[in-house]
Design a protein around this ligand. Structure first.
Ligand code: HEM
Length: 309
C-alpha cells in the first residue's frame, strides 16, 4: 500500500423532509459501497454543525486512489452525484477527500483489538511504540517529518459561493480524526467519562467549530456514530482540518480547551490506576495539495471549507 483514500461524504438538512431525503441518499451510498471498486471500510456518524444543521457523515476508506477514482466515476454513482436533484431540495451534499501517501499519515490506538477508520485497511497493528506521551510525538510518528517541515504554504484558492462549489487542495493541510469509544466502560469509569471528560471534549469541539479560525482550524465536526437505523451508539470522533500540522500541535499542546480534555483524562487515569475500558485512537494526515478534493452541492455557506469564502 502506497497511498490511501479517506473520503468524507456528508449530507446536511434541517427539516423532516430533508432527513428523509438524506437517509435515502445514504442508503444509496451504502449500496454504492458494494459496487466494483467500493471502499474497504466505511462508517456513518452524526453531528450538528455551526449553522444548526443536522449533518450525517459517511466516512469511507480505500487502499489506493485508482480504485477510488474508478468507483467515483462509475456510472451509477456519478449519475446520482451529478443529478439535478443534488442541487435543489431540502439537503446539501458534500465530499471532502484526502489521499495521503503512507509517509504522510499515522494512526495510534490505546488498545490493539478494535480498529477504527484507516486502521481497517491494515492486516494487523504494531506493538507498543516509543513515539507517544510527549508533545511532538504525533509529528515523530509521521515518516515524512524526517525530511520535511510539513508547513502550510499560506496561499490558497478561495471558494466562489454557488450551488456546486469545487475546491482544490491546500498545501500541507492537516487532517485529524480523533475518536472515543466508551461502550465498554462501566460504573465509576463510565461516570467519569460522561461527567468529566465528555463535557470538556464537547466544549473543545464547540470551540474549534465556532472559533477555530483564530487558532488555524479550518473546520471541525464532533460526530457520534450511528447504527444501521441511524440510532446513536457509544462511539464518537472529532474531525477537523487545519492550516498545517504546526497549528494543530499548538492547539493540542497549549490551548485551554485541549488542556482541559487532557487534564480530565489524566485525572481519570490516575483515579482508575491506569485500568481503562475507554478506548481512544486518532489518525492524522498531512496532505499535499494535489491529493485533496472538495465539492459542496447546495450547502449553506458555512459548511466545511466553504466558510473560507
Ligand atoms: C476524550 C478525548 C481526548 C482525550 C482524552 C485526549 C487526550 C490526549 C492525550 C493523552 C494526548 C497525548 C497522547 C500521546 O502522545 O501519547 C493527546 C494528544 C493529542 N490530541 Fe488529544 N485528546 C482527546 C481528544 C482530542 C481531539 C478531539 C483532538 C483534535 C480534534 C485532539 C488532538 C490532539 C493532538 C493533535 C495530539 C497530539 C499532540 C502531539 O503529539 O504533538 N485530541 N490527546
Amino acid at each position: 500500500m502506497k497511498q490511501v483514500v479517506m473520503a468524507y461524504f456528508g449530507v446536511q438538512y434541517r427539516s423532516a423532509l430533508g432527513r428523509q431525503a438524506a437517509r435515502e441518499g445514504l442508503a444509496f451510498l451504502r449500496h454504492a459501497a458494494t459496487l466494483a471498486d467500493g471502499p474497504r471500510h466505511h462508517d456513518l456518524a452524526f453531528a450538528i454543525d455551526e449553522a444548526g444543521y443536522d449533518t450525517l457523515v459517511w466516512a469511507a476508506y480505500w487502499t489506493d486512489p485508482a480504485s477510488f477514482e474508478r468507483w467515483q466515476r462509475g456510472e451509477e454513482l456519478s449519475r446520482w452525484w451529478n443529478s439535478a436533484d443534488r442541487l435543489e431540495g431540502p439537503c446539501g451534499w458534500f465530499y471532502e477527500v484526502a489521499m495521503p501517501e503512507v509517509e504522510r499519515f499515522e494512526t495510534l490506538f490505546s488498545t490493539v483489538d478494535r480498529p477504527e477508520g484507516v486502521a481497517h485497511l491494515a492486516p494487523s497493528m504494531s506493538g507498543a511504540i516509543r513515539e507517544h506521551a510527549y508533545w511532538g510525538s504525533m509529528r515523530d510518528r509521521l515518516p515524512a517529518s524526517q525530511f520535511d517541515a510539513l508547513r502550510g504554504s499560506g496561499a490558497r484558492a478561495l471558494p466562489v459561493p454557488g450551488r456546486r462549489v469545487r475546491l482544490g487542495g491546500f498545501e500541507n493541510l492537516a487532517l485529524i480524526r480523533s475518536g472515543q469509544d466508551w461502550s465498554d466502560t462501566k460504573g465509576q469509569e463510565r461516570r467519569l467519562y460522561l461527567q468529566q471528560i465528555e463535557p470538556q471534549l464537547r466544549e473543545g469541539m464547540d470551540f474549534l467549530r465556532d472559533g477555530g479560525a483564530d487558532v488555524g482550524c479550518l473546520s471541525n465536526r464532533y460526530l457520534v456514530h450511528v447504527d444501521e437505523d441511524f440510532a446513536p451508539v457509544e462511539r464518537s470522533y472529532g474531525l477537523s482540518m487545519w492550516r498545517d500540522l504546526g497549528h494543530m500541535e499548538r492547539w493540542a499542546e497549549s490551548h485551554p480547551t485541549h488542556a482541559e480534555i487532557f487534564g480530565a483524562f489524566m485525572q481519570t487515569v490516575q483515579k482508575l490506576e491506569f485500568q481503562l475500558d475507554l478506548r481512544l485512537y486518532h489518525e492524522v494526515s498531512v496532505v499535499s495539495a494535489a491529493c485533496q478534493s472538495f465539492e459542496y452541492l447546495n450547502c449553506h455557506p458555512k459548511t466545511g471549507l466553504l466558510r473560507l469564502a
